[in-house]
Design a protein around this ligand. Structure first.
Ligand SMILES: N[C@@H](CCC(=O)N[C@@H](CS)C(=O)NCC(=O)O)C(=O)O
Length: 388
């Protein structure tokens, strides 16, 4: 392996690079004091690996919801509070006008459309890697949709994971002009930049040990520091979820120099998470995700959903869209939503494929092949249970 050399170019682009995935959220969408404060002390006092496995205290895991539950609270409040990254291109990025765009943000919108009838009724809270667990444990966010990997210890300590919206895997990126590596095996004795507070850090040692490759981790508390070190070539490589490396690379001055190796170090199923202790709310978020997937399978789009609802005679489609054929008994999903919530949601946000294409499709700057994120009928992993 060739050691990287610090180049003037890398120094010059340091300042430009990580606006893309910074750990400091813009103030207009910053988490309010409780989660931010809780997370900062958590970040100082505990290594992520300990935080990952330590069970949340009884008190911390109680979401501050009324006796009626979170669905009723959100409807009373008239606003969904959605935790996002806020600066990850393709997934959630805060624009100057305060709006948030991206794949994760669209799933926040889908939930708002389903429960409030209006996809714009979302208050976004930008959370860094260390803030997200506490924001769920304190119940400060109704849902977290922020490139967060589903693991058993997070399921028990942070909150419950709704179905995966993006199947990802951990990967390694090198600057090919400075490091001659095409696979993990070429990184023997390498130093690898990695951010603490992520599954990435925890997986790294496992993957290299399994491959019998020696390495030295260089850990950083923030994503900025991680990528500054990578850009300054103080590490031979950087590792994160493949989608994040792909997204971050687009903000580099010479993206094509940065090669993401083929090796897949881990499974990183990313999806929404809700605070523990509210099954009704968990079901709502779960079925919002499933409905986007089912709509794509039925080929029901934002443009066609209303017409399909008024013309389809397929009883399965009618039930899904809340249409009761004459003489039949109305179907009650039991979710506590309006019967036509799927029509409202799909007409405002689109089906899974539309959400994907709008943010990560072939025409976007961050184009990521569907791969595992295809429908099960197309050799992917997306599969919605029956809506009946
Ligand atoms: N999917 C992994 C990694 C997620 C993650 O936090 N990635 C970094 C890289 S972009 C990040 O979002 N950092 C921003 C921050 O901590 O503010 C996990 O759930 O732990």
């Amino acid at each position: 392996m060739t050691r990287p050399v610090l180049s003037i170019v890398t120094l010059v682009i340091l300042a430009l690079t990580l606006a893309a995935c910074g750990d400091q959220a813009p103030s207009s969408v910053r988490a309010s004091a409780s989660a931010a404060d809780a997370s900062e002390s958590a970040a100082e006092s505990a290594a992520e690996s300990a935080a990952e496995s330590a069970p949340a205290s009884e008190e911390a895991s109680q979401a501050p919801v009324s006796g009626e539950g979170r669905l009723a609270d959100i409807q009373d409040r008239g606003m969904l509070i959605c935790g996002v990254n806020g600066s990850l291109p393709g997934f959630s990025v805060l624009a100057d006008d305060g709006s948030v765009t991206g794949f994760d943000a669209d799933f926040c919108r889908a939930v708002a459309a389903a429960v409030l009838g209006d996809s714009e009724l979302v208050e976004y809270r930008a959370l860094n890697a260390d803030q997200r667990g506490p924001a769920l444990q304190t119940g400060e966010v109704d849902v977290l949709i922020r490139n967060t990997t589903w693991t058993v210890s997070r399921d028990t300590a942070w909150g419950l994971f709704a179905p995966t919206t993006f199947y990802d895997g951990q990967a390694i990126m090198v600057n090919s002009t400075e490091v001659d590596a095409t696979s993990l095996a070429d990184l023997d004795s390498a130093t690898i930049c990695v951010q603490t507070g992520t599954t990435t850090e925890l997986n790294l040692a496992d993957a290299f040990r399994t491959a019998g490759v020696e390495f030295t981790p260089e850990t950083f508390d923030t994503i900025d520091a991680t990528y500054e070190a990578y850009q300054a070539a103080s590490c031979d490589a950087v590792t994160s979820d493949r989608s994040q490396l792909t997204a971050l690379r687009t903000s580099f001055e010479t993206p094509d120099d940065h090669v993401i190796l083929e090796d897949v170090l881990s499974k990183e199923p990313l999806g929404p998470v809700v605070p523990l202790g509210d099954d009704e709310w968990f079901n709502v978020v779960k079925w919002v995700v499933y409905a986007t997937i089912q709509a794509e399978e039925f080929d029901i789009t934002a443009d066609s959903v209303e017409e399909t609802a008024s013309t389809s005679e397929n009883p399965v489609v009618q039930r899904f869209l809340g249409v009761t054929p004459e003489g039949a008994e109305a179907f009650d999903s039991g979710l506590g939503l309006e019967p036509d919530w799927v029509v409202t949601m799909i007409s405002q946000v689109g089906n899974y494929g539309e959400i994907y294409d709008r943010n990560l499709g072939p025409d976007q700057e961050i184009a990521i092949e569907r791969g595992l994120n295809s429908l099960w009928t197309d050799d992917g992993l997306l599969y919605a249970p029956p809506y009946r």
